[in-house]
Design a protein around this ligand. Structure first.
Ligand SMILES: C[S@@+](CC[C@H](N)C(=O)[O-])C[C@H]1O[C@@H](n2cnc3c(N)ncnc32)[C@H](O)[C@@H]1O
Length: 238
């Protein structure tokens, strides 16, 4: 049965509530979550998710995007998975008391069994080799419900100054400070990702999300054929 729907809270209010879930977390985790919110267009990504239904986020980290997705719409059920068990431990702590939000440790490169109304990848594909990115997206499409959506937020490959800024920061996070699991990164052009999804039969749209931001954020959305909302999840058709 669908949860009761009231007026949608604003993205800013959802972001505040989601960050508030980490109140009891160590300072480093709180700082990480605050920086993520400040530097990435997470609200814009969450706004693309379907109302209701079953959503999975692959590579959810501490779970901020998943938490926003769950808090923004109680009629949606959200699962966040990540290979980093420590991050999932903090995510689970944060999710206590949010009934439509769960977290799990993932096997690298696996998409949990669907059907999913949306499969989201937010700044995670670049940590995998290009062939693995393509394979993971193929798996995501296979697990989509009819009308389901693949949401990919990655960094674009232009303009050059934003790419240089992002590369410097990722080198620090991944290779020096080791805040993010991985040892290399592979920024595949969004047009290539869009082409893969099109080749898998999805209707694809690409949108830049970097206006007023120093990072070259880009969103790629791929919609499967069929009527949305038929996964049998809380927002699904009867
Ligand atoms: C930059 S963080 C993004 C976290 C979150 N999506 C967000 O937007 O705040 C990338 C995350 O991807 C995870 N990751 C890396 N490789 C992965 C894989 N093969 N499968 C699942 N998660 C992975 C890392 O552990 C890390 O938490």
């Amino acid at each position: 049965m669908s949860a009761a729907r009231g007026p949608r809270p604003s993205a800013a209010a959802v972001g505040r509530r989601a960050r508030g879930l980490f109140r009891g977390a160590p300072a480093a985790v709180r700082a990480h979550v605050a920086v993520r919110w400040a530097t990435a267009p997470l609200a814009e990504v969450v706004a693309e998710l379907p109302a209701g239904g079953r959503v999975v986020e692959i590579g959810c980290g501490h779970g901020l995007v998943s938490a926003c997705a769950a808090l923004a719409d109680p009629g949606r059920t959200v699962l966040g998975v990540d290979i980093d068990a420590e991050k999932i431990r903090h995510a689970r702590e944060a999710a206590r008391g949010v009934p439509n939000l769960e977290f799990d440790v993932a096997v690298s490169g696996a998409v949990p069994a669907g059907p999913w109304d949306a499969v989201a990848f937010v700044d995670v594909l670049y940590l995998l080799p290009e062939s693995e990115q393509r394979r993971l997206l193929t798996e995501a499409v296979e697990q989509l419900a009819p009308g389901g959506l693949v949401v990919v937020k990655e960094m674009g490959t232009e303009p050059a100054w934003k790419v240089r800024w992002n590369t410097a920061q990722e080198t620090l996070a991944v290779k020096v400070l080791r805040i993010t699991a991985g040892s290399e990164f592979d920024f595949v052009p969004p047009a290539t990702v869009a082409g893969w999804l099109r080749g898998l039969g999805l209707a694809v749209a690409t949108r830049r999300l970097d206006r007023g931001r120093p990072h070259p954020h880009v969103l790629v959305l791929g919609r499967a054929a069929g009527s949305p909302g038929t996964s049998g999840g809380p927002g699904g058709a009867p």
